[in-house]
Design a protein around this ligand. Structure first.
Ligand SMILES: [Zn+2]
Length: 350
């Protein structure tokens, strides 16, 4: 690698350090970090495409180097990080700190380390020696439901070919992961009728109705747990779609019959399953209960890259991995798979 790069080790650490210093917690704008990367990449011969959303607060960045032709490799990483609100930090989470055996900072593993490596590879590779394109895709808001990658699926205007082989550099301890479950997030609302609790016959208690919904969802969860499909064997602990009742809210005072109640649920479908079918099953089941509606909060699709796909086969050969490894969390590989991009998750850290 050293021979094809003209980016020094000091420059690589500097790219990493600068990226860490942007507080890209998902609630914040990622535009300053994206623009800093874009400037560096442009200075090093990359073509940049910048896709804004949320009034410019959020940016998906594409950096392209090499010929504009079929094939090549896409390196994808998200720029956002989870909040650094937990106790136990011994250093500023937004200052890259070197300890005896590692770099410590918020997002150093997930996944600004990989993004920095991908940036330096893009910057350092000699375009005149490339036969296929190398493309970087840096997204926003992965941590809150792969929102940036889903947006990118709509934004991409095909101004260049996008490689159909992709490494999403999530921290996998350098395991090659070729599938994960999806995450469908739904809100169930019950509309009742408010009344003074002294005259409950004048109202309709939404919480009581939600109780029936919860009971029905418990039955559906058990039904899901008996389901198996072709990819179940790769999830030995949970070989089925998971249904989690996560949050519930309703009611305003102890002497009021509540007129509304809502419940948020998450369903993790298996690779190869379709979230639309899970949503249809659920909608059918609760259609029997009056005053209940279901709405979509978010849908991170599962992904399933064939074992024989070039990106999986070559990376497994390179690392000597013979077993299929699957993940239970969702990632940007899900939305990218809906664009026909074959991905693996592969990155440093855990
Ligand atoms: Zn991540």
């Amino acid at each position: 690698m050293e021979s094809i790069l003209n980016i020094s080790q000091e420059q690589r650490i500097e790219v990493f350090r600068r990226l860490i210093a942007f507080d890209t917690t998902s609630a914040n704008s990622n535009a300053p970090a994206a623009d800093d990367l874009a400037g560096f990449l442009e200075d090093h011969g990359c073509q940049i495409a910048r896709f804004e959303s949320d009034g410019g607060k959020k940016v998906n960045l594409v950096a392209h180097k090499g010929p504009d032709c079929e094939g090549g490799l896409l390196l994808s990483g998200h720029l956002d990080v989870v909040p650094a609100a937990e106790d136990g930090w011994h250093s500023d989470p937004f200052v890259l700190t070197e300890t005896s055996d590692r770099y410590v900072a918020r997002g150093s593993a997930d996944m600004k380390g990989f993004v920095s490596l991908a940036t330096c590879l893009l910057a350092g590779v000699d375009a005149t020696r490339m036969k296929r394109p190398l493309v970087g895709l840096f997204t926003h808001d992965e941590e809150i439901g792969t929102i940036g990658a889903q947006m990118f699926c709509k934004q991409w205007d095909k101004r260049w070919h996008l490689p159909t082989s992709c490494i999403v550099g999530e921290p996998t301890e350098l395991n090659v992961i070729r599938m994960h479950k999806g995450h469908l997030k739904l809100r169930i609302d019950v509309q009742g009728k408010s009344a003074h609790s002294g005259y409950p016959h004048l109202g309709s208690n939404a919480i009581e109705t939600m109780g029936r919904v919860i009971s029905m969802l418990s039955s559906l969860r058990k039904e899901f747990e008996s389901q198996r499909c072709e990819t179940s064997r790769f999830f030995p602990q949970t070989p089925y779609p998971i249904l989690n009742m996560a949050t519930v809210s309703g009611g305003s005072a102890i002497n009021i019959v509540p007129d509304a109640c809502s419940l948020d649920i998450g369903i993790r479908v298996l690779p190869g399953q379709r979230s639309k079918e899970a949503m249809a099953t659920l909608s059918r089941a609760i259609a029997e209960i009056d005053g209940v509606s279901v709405s979509l909060i978010g849908d991170s699709p599962p992904f399933l890259t064939p074992e024989s796909a070039q990106i999986n086969a070559r990376l497994c050969e390179h690392t000597g991995q013979t077993e299929t490894v699957a993940a239970s969390y969702a990632s940007d590989a899900g939305p990218l798979s809906t664009m026909g991009i074959e991905s693996v998750l592969y990155g440093p850290g855990y």
